[in-house]
Design a protein around this ligand. Structure first.
Ligand code: SF4
Length: 426
């Protein structure tokens, strides 16, 4: 059983002290070496995805942070946090590296963390160690006097970036032309937009404005049910896999779920195929969860008879079908915590979370289905150097890297988030 963090494992691989493999030796470098890169998200699972033009970029990090040792950075973070006291809350996503999580006041998924921030009205600053859309959601849900800070602006999310407001608006106009805008005899709208939490604030606002709703990976089935009570069909973005896996489990056939390719006329579909659609799936995906495959599950079953295979619903359909269970990060965490007998778990989600579960539960044998150490490229951008930088700036009274959602966008996005809460409180 290894107790090394993911980053320590990567350093061991790169220095030849471990026989494991990583998807990119560049992961051993400081993320500031990639922040200005023009076309890619940097090393890690989404390195092949293309960053949309206009995505936020991180400016240069001062040398005193880049050149500091790990010990010095941790010391500076602790001191700044102590000085700031209750004025700051640090949030860490489950997929964040351990070197960041050790400083977090809360660990959770994006929605749990946004709500954790709400529980601290006394905090003037919320430092969100996650990715851009998460910081936006925290800004929407937090009080107006609170500043939400993303330590590295280059921490986007390649899946969220696969659907933008212009291409979704174009899709909506084409679908409205096809289906019309009048409700049917049961009063159901022709189409209801549903966006996954992993999307920009602009897309959440689009849903708020057009009778739609937000979902998380924990409540996607409840939200789809809500949408089908109000609409004849659903436009689901940006993650095709969460949409397909959830709707399929509810009895929607694959033929009723055409894939929509953004910026292509009719999303590259015929109007006949769209007429029978129940769920129109946006062609987005998570590059972390796309790495999992059925062969890995088969191997786990041969190597560990009786293994319990749990994957995230952002995995492709055939992987979800081959697993024993699928569920959100919180589902996976609870499944491990709730196992009363020593169990072997093969888990299909981001490696930092799996590694942490393995370290926290030595009574179980827990491993990531993907044998290659390949973290989320953008979560990886949050390095202790950036955390120290934003905190020390706060100590000096300066807010850097603030994420502010436009007031009109925030109002409509909140409507879609509130519909989700009313559909089923989390
Ligand atoms: S794991 Fe996937 S969905 Fe989550 S932040 Fe990374 S790229 Fe985005």
């Amino acid at each position: 059983m290894t107790t090394a963090s993911v980053n320590e494992r990567i350093q061991l691989i790169v220095t030849g002290k471990s026989s494991e493999s990583t998807c990119s030796p560049s992961l051993a470098k400081g993320p500031w070496e990639f922040d200005g890169g023009p076309t890619a998200y940097g090393p890690g699972a989404s390195s092949e995805d293309v960053i949309p033009t206009g995505s936020p970029r991180q400016g240069a990090l001062p040398d005193s942070y880049k050149n500091a040792s790990d010990e010095e950075l941790h010391d500076r973070i602790r001191k700044a946090k102590e000085t700031l006291g209750s004025k700051v809350v640090i949030l860490g996503h489950f997929y964040q590296r351990d070197e960041i999580v050790q400083h977090a006041d809360y660990l959770g998924d994006s929605f749990q963390l946004a709500n954790a921030a709400k529980a601290h009205p006394e905090a003037e600053a919320i430092v969100f160690c996650g990715v851009h859309f998460m910081a936006e959601t925290a800004d929407i849900l937090s009080a107006p006097n609170q500043s939400v800070i993303l330590p590295n602006l280059a921490a986007g999310c390649s899946m969220a970036d696969m659907a933008d407001i212009d291409s979704v608006t174009q899709c909506w106009e084409e679908l409205t032309e096809l289906y019309g805008s009048e409700p049917d005899a049961q009063g159901r709208a022709p189409i209801i937009p549903v966006t996954y939490m992993n999307s920009s604030a602009a897309l959440k606002a689009f849903c708020g404005e057009h009778g739609g709703i937000v979902c998380t990976s924990s409540n996607a089935a409840v939200v789809l049910k809500w949408a089908f009570e109000r609409g004849q069909r659903v436009l689901f973005f940006p993650d095709q896999h969460l949409g397909r896996n959830t709707a399929k489990a509810m009895g929607v056939t694959l033929e009723q779920m055409p894939l929509w390719h953004g910026r292509k006329q009719m999303g590259s579909n015929t109007s006949e195929a769209l007429q029978d659609a129940k769920v129109i799936l946006w062609n987005g995906f998570c590059s972390v969860h796309k790495r999992f495959n059925v062969g890995q599950i088969e191997k786990a079953r041969v190597d560990f008879p009786g293994v319990r295979v749990i994957v995230h619903p952002e995995c492709p359909m055939e992987v979800v079908d081959a697993a024993d269970e699928n569920g959100s990060t919180d589902y996976i965490r609870k499944a491990v915590e709730g196992a009363t007998e020593p169990t072997t778990f093969a888990i299909g989600t981001e490696v930092n979370m799996v590694q942490r579960l393995a370290a926290q539960h030595p009574e179980h044998n827990i491993f990531c289905l993907d044998p290659v150490v390949c973290p989320c490229s953008t979560m990886y951008r949050i390095h202790p150097g950036y955390l120290a930088w934003v905190l020390e700036n706060l100590v000096e009274g300066k807010v850097v890297n603030q994420i502010s959602v436009d007031a009109a966008v925030a109002t409509n996005a909140k409507i879609a988030l509130e519909r989700m809460l009313a559909a089923k409180p989390l």
